[in-house]
Design a protein around this ligand. Structure first.
Ligand SMILES: Nc1ncnc2c1ncn2[C@@H]1O[C@H](COP(=O)(O)OP(=O)(O)O)[C@@H](O)[C@H]1O
Ligand SMILES: [Mg+2]
Length: 415
């Protein structure tokens, strides 16, 4: 009988899975492009999205003049130091501050390396590039415990039950994944009455409740199992939506779970129920951005004021929360005019959405999003505009990773 030879597996560096990020490579030569294709096909890249193109820096500049640069931008240049720095100076105009840039060059030049590092370039690799070297390099950008987390947490809360906070949160998550190719996880924290599953027409799943009861082993693997995949870019951490099981929530436990999610996904939408507990307060205080949805009524005004005052005091170095006025203009309902409402709060609403039971009712009974059932409706347009603002697309000209390159270039040339 033939013996199966038992050989030890060859030693490969232990490289963590690359997060659910967008990566684009603009190569200047075929060999590098092929290596990048191999990077994209690697098992450690199953969650990430990789695009490889030829054309180097000029092609990248053209591609990103009107669109946001990806989480990681890899660019190759065959030029010498001055040519490369000058091309990068042009790239700086279109590069988003949050993008990490890896440069593949053809010159082994310490001076060049130093000036690139001081300009916020994440890494400089001299060609030829080996695929594993590149994977390790990308992974290391996210492995550093001091590095900022991959994902932003956006917490949505209503000033009362039923104001439409969950509906808006779900639509925004869906728009992020569809219009901005941003991998998004929607986390529904309303254990008993959560609607994320219903609104996306997804059945069952204990999602978040299961994660809370398995805290000692919450890691990426467990989360991947508990996430309900809606499509390639959007996943849901669904609440049980049942009153059979009482789920105890502690603020630290929820922090642990959200940290694992955000370590791996660029955008985490948290649908916070309208209840006041230490953990809801903690989620709001810790979020990168808080979006408060209010209806133009007295109770909403009082609650919005309390929420905004609390958040401003607890987050002195952050922007104030955003205010969305929703369900405005209900026939025969006495309402506080939006202008008065926002004046009393000292915050302009980011978006005002009219009461439109036909559109919202159809979306919710179909288990679809508003832009899916009525793309041309005012409601859909309001939501699209809101998603654009929350993506930071209304921001002033980009001053990013490469922002100061131009001034630096001037100094370098004088040397
Ligand atoms: N602008 C609107 N016009 C009409 N109905 C709306 C509007 N916004 C939300 N709704 C509906 O209000 C109901 C409550 O919304 P939901 O998002 O569950 O509220 P919350 O999460 O604040 O409790 C849902 O049926 C939803 O479709
Ligand atoms: Mg809700």
């Amino acid at each position: 009988m033939e013996q199966v030879q038992q050989t030890a597996a060859p030693q490969e560096p232990v490289v963590a899975l690359i997060p659910r990020i967008n990566i684009a490579a603009f190569c200047d030569d075929q060999t590098t492009a092929q290596a990048m294709q191999n990077v994209g096909a690697d098992r450690r890249m199953v969650q990430a999205h990789m695009e490889v193109q030829l054309g180097g820096i000029p092609a990248a500049i053209q591609a990103y003049t009107n669109t946001k640069t990806p989480d990681v931008l890899i660019i190759e240049s065959t030029k010498q130091r001055d040519g490369l720095l000058s091309d990068l100076g042009h790239l700086a105009h279109v590069c988003d501050p949050s993008s990490k840039v890896i440069v593949v060059g053809h010159v082994n030049d310490v001076l060049l390396y130093r000036s690139l590092m001081s300009e916020g370039i994440s890494e400089y690799i001299v060609a030829p590039v080996h695929q594993l070297q590149m994977i390790e390099c990308i992974s290391s950008l996210y492995a550093d415990p001091d590095a900022s987390p991959v994902g932003k947490v956006l917490a949505f809360v209503g000033t009362k039950g039923g104001v439409g906070s969950s509906t808006i949160a779900h639509n925004i998550g869906w728009l992020f994944s569809k219009n901005y190719a941003t991998d998004t996880v929607i986390t529904d924290l309303d254990m008993a009455f959560g609607t994320a599953g219903l609104n996306f027409n997804q059945e069952g799943g204990q999602g978040i409740a299961e994660a809370l009861s398995s805290l000692d082993r919450v890691d990426q693997n467990l989360l991947n199992r508990l996430l309900t995949k809606y499509d390639d870019r959007l996943s849901l951490l669904i609440a049980p939506g049942s009153i059979d099981r009482e789920v105890e929530i502690e603020a630290e436990a929820l922090d642990t779970i959200l940290n694992v999610v955000r370590a791996n996904v660029p955008c985490v939408i948290v649908d916070v129920p309208n209840i006041w507990t230490p953990w809801t307060k903690n989620v709001l205080v810790q979020a990168d951005e808080v979006i408060i949805t209010a209806t133009p009524e007295l109770a909403s005004l009082r609650n919005a004021k309390n929420l905004i005052d609390m958040l401003k005091a607890a987050r002195p170095n952050d922007d104030p929360p955003r205010l969305i006025m929703n369900q405005v203009g209900v026939t025969k309902r006495p309402e506080i005019p939006v202008a008065e409402f926002s004046k009393a709060l000292g915050i302009e609403p980011t978006t005002v959405i009219a009461f439109d039971p036909q559109t919202f009712g159809t979306a919710s009974s179909n288990g679809q999003m508003v832009p899916e059932v009525a793309a041309k409706s005012e409601a859909a347009q309001n939501l699209v505009a809101l998603s654009q603002i929350l993506q930071g697309q209304e921001a002033p000209p980009k001053q990013g990773a490469l922002g100061s390159l131009k001034s630096k270039l001037a100094t370098l040339r004088k040397k």
